[in-house]
Design a protein around this ligand. Structure first.
Ligand SMILES: Cc1cc2nc3c(=O)[nH]c(=O)nc-3n(C[C@H](O)[C@H](O)[C@H](O)COP(=O)(O)OP(=O)(O)OC[C@H]3O[C@@H](n4cnc5c(N)ncnc54)[C@H](O)[C@@H]3O)c2cc1C
Length: 416
């Protein structure tokens, strides 16, 4: 045991850990879990709430990542704590890619799939949908290996850190592809609300960045060679002729290349470059997923109360995510519009804003991002598969070694 992490990446949430294990082999992970009463596995600490908290932590950063492409060339397996950035560098040597990335490549794979982290694209599932196999150390220290098609597999991928220590992940891969990024500025709210579906369908991956001001903001198109030519203007928004950062006023050097230049998938699908600080750093994030059919109405409902929260927004983002069949995915059997907020780092003000936003979104069946800030309540009850997940957790972690108060309240509905 050495250094005990004090806070999340953004330093907005302070952990209560008293110690932290740093195993250097899977055998050591198994021994630690077997003898521990409680242990929380850390990913890259990019979540914003108490999902990772407890008395005892475990970091896997001393384990090798050991990526391996299978003989078919359709799958890669790698240690769970590997970041998408590290994986992309390895895949580059094999001319391979995964289907999508989040806004930043700095996050761990096991931590990202735990919370159903996503990028954008009408046809792109969240990052957990690329998982075809998992290896966990379960609560008794045993090694559990599962693959797509096995019983309960669809309950294990969006795992919330509740089922075990994810030591390896297998992901679907495809031949590498090129992406070009175009930013269109000055989109009006009318144009956005009247053409939401067309705008979100305009490229392989689309983000609308907004500060909830007088105009909606900017549309970022990430087009692949396959998706065709980009237009000169997009519903009244004009093609930017200089590079932009998603947060207006921050140095665009940290952002991935734009201005229509094609480049490697992994250098364009995230908004932020590996090796640079993503986003602003001093921030808090919230995000709500609503069914696509309610997308425009949900945005309009927020517009009507924007005076209550816009002053706290560093950057807002709308993305789309395709439906899936993963039990605790906010996209379980529904395509979503995902409404994201990068807030200033003022927890009390953000908590108050989140409550207002949740009230405005209530008619639209919103589900919060598991890794971001929302009002602490029994979110799990909105998931049809929660009883199955509870049964699965009971089997994999009967002594609740991987639990914490956040999981018990927010997921399983225990009273605080
Ligand atoms: C700047 C920034 C940009 C972001 N952009 C996006 C975005 O584009 N899209 C999006 O959806 N989200 C985004 N997020 C949120 C982020 O992707 C999620 O919070 C994600 O869960 C972070 O992964 P992590 O590795 O940091 O996990 P952590 O926050 O460290 O942990 C999350 C959960 O995973 C568990 N866990 C982690 N590793 C393991 C393991 N090996 N075994 C078992 N359990 C484990 C933890 O115990 C915890 O339950 C962003 C966050 C930041 C700070």
């Amino acid at each position: 045991m050495t250094q005990v992490p004090a806070a999340n990446w953004a330093e907005s949430f302070h952990y209560g850990f008293k110690d932290c294990h740093y195993p250097s082999s899977v055998e050591e992970v198994r021994a630690i879990v077997a003898r521990s009463a409680a242990v929380k596995t850390l990913g890259s600490r990019h979540s914003f709430n108490a999902i990772v908290d407890g008395s005892s932590a475990m970091s896997l950063e001393h384990l090798p990542i050991n990526p391996v492409v299978d003989s078919s060339g359709n799958q890669v397996s790698v240690a769970g704590h590997c970041t998408y950035g590290e994986l992309a560098l390895f895949l580059q040597r094999h001319q391979l890619a995964i289907h999508n990335l989040a806004s930043l490549p700095h996050i761990s794979i096991a931590g990202a799939i735990a919370t159903a982290t996503h990028g954008s694209g009408d046809k792109n599932g969240n990052l957990a949908t690329a998982v075809s196999g998992l290896e966990f150390v379960a609560g008794d220290g045993s090694l559990v290996k599962v693959k797509r098609g096995d019983a309960d597999f669809e309950g294990m991928v969006v795992h919330l850190g509740a089922l075990g220590v994810v030591t390896r992940v297998t992901l679907d891969v495809q031949p590498e592809f090129q992406v070009a990024q175009h930013v269109y500025e000055g989109l009006s709210w009318d144009a956005l609300l009247s053409n939401l579906d067309a705008i979100m369908a305009a490229a392989y991956s689309v983000s609308v960045f907004t500060q909830w001001g007088e105009r909606a903001g900017a549309v970022w198109l990430k087009e692949t060679e396959k998706s065709g030519n980009h237009p000169d203007a997009l519903h009244g928004a004009v093609n930017a002729d200089i590079k932009r950062h998603p947060i207006i006023g921050l140095d665009a050097e940290n952002a991935t290349e734009q201005l229509g230049a094609f480049g490697r998938w992994s250098d364009r699908l995230p908004h932020f470059k590996m090796g640079f600080t993503p986003s602003s750093g001093a921030e808090i994030q919230s995000e709500y997923h609503v069914p696509r059919k309610h997308g425009a109405a949900a945005v309009e409902a927020l517009l009507s109360i924007r005076s209550k929260f816009a002053h706290l927004v560093q950057s807002g983002e709308l993305r789309t995510v395709a439906a899936d069949s993963l039990w605790l995915s906010p996209q379980f059997e529904r395509d979503t519009l995902s409404i994201h907020f990068t807030w200033v780092r003022d927890q009390a003000a953000v908590d108050a804003a989140a409550a207002q936003i949740e009230q405005a979104l209530a008619p639209f069946s919103p589900l919060p991002h598991w890794g971001k800030v929302f009002t602490r309540q029994h979110v799990g009850r909105n998931y049809a598969k929660l009883p199955d997940f509870a049964r699965l957790r009971g089997r994999m972690d009967p002594e609740r070694k991987f639990s914490n108060p956040w999981l018990e309240e927010v997921v399983f509905g225990a009273k605080a």
